[in-house]
Design a protein. Sequence first.
Length: 349
Amino acid sequence: MHIDIQKTTESRIGQTDFDNIVFGHVFADHMFIVDYEDSQWKNPRIKPYGPLTLNPALSALHYGQSIFEGMKAFKRSDGHILLFRPEENWNRLNKSAVRICMPTIPKDIFMDGLKSWLALDSDWVPSIGDHSLYIRPFMYATDDYLGVKPSSKYSFIIYGCPVNAYYSEPLRIKIEDYYVRAVTGGVGYAKTAGNYAAAMYASHLAQKMGYHQSLWTDAFEHKYLEELGTSNFFALIRDTLITPQLSETILKGITRDSVIQLAKDLGIKVEERLFAVSELLMANKKGMLKEAFATGTAATVAPIEHLHYKGEDIRLNVEGDTLANILKKKLDSIKRGYTLDTHGWVVPV
Ligand SMILES: *Cc1c(COP(=O)(O)O)cnc(C)c1O
């Protein structure tokens, strides 16, 4: 695949303070773009990161055909850039695409675009501490047409932000008992922009009450725990790690899958199954609930110190050699190339 490359003449890297980065505000110099038209992907190119030209009738803006991925690149001590399970992101992007009537993207376009762009912006991959380059591949509908139908034209873009840790403190979480993120038959398992829009109001209310995030429950009875809307949920009850089983209403997190594998490697029993709110509350009352944490690419493994449900509060230990901290360290060290990657997850670029 030939990619047309237009390099920036005004790199912003000199003005970037990598030690004091706020998540998602600073962008690497370039972006990769490819367009879909006449049933084909066309004109792959890399150009300076910057504004796009949009028509007011752009169908993504009105009817929401827009999907995305989130992944990270790390710089190993020898300067090599490492990606973590990028094929999984490509795979999931295409599952999301199918669900909302968008075209799938061939693997070579996704991977070659990603790698060529990373080669150009490699200086933007930080090597310090908790830092990494957060990568945002996304696809949106570009028809300039007001009628309701799947668009015939799309753009796929990859850009990136150097980032620090997403959460700087342990999480306080409100278990949601009224609002709904996803329902059976819906699009909860797809990484669509619309899922985020639909979740914002309840999360905003939870944030006004002092919580970081909502923990969603099932749409029919609010009886079973699902996920946090940007990350998946785990709890350690006695010596068993429990996470809600995958379904149409839960996003299949790549971090979730990796954490399950790493916990099993440690000899820990892992259960993926229906997980009732009442079970969590009961385990806490009996002193059997040891930990809870969230997993996602941006958040990595984020310990939860406080869970709230209808006037009941659960306080959890997040300090020391908790399972969450052990898993976070293990995962980080694999991603950064410090620990031998026995699962074939890390892809050097
Ligand atoms: C992206 C996302 C996650 C986390 O997935 P990872 O692949 O681990 O980053 C979890 N839940 C939702 C709703 C998401 O959009």
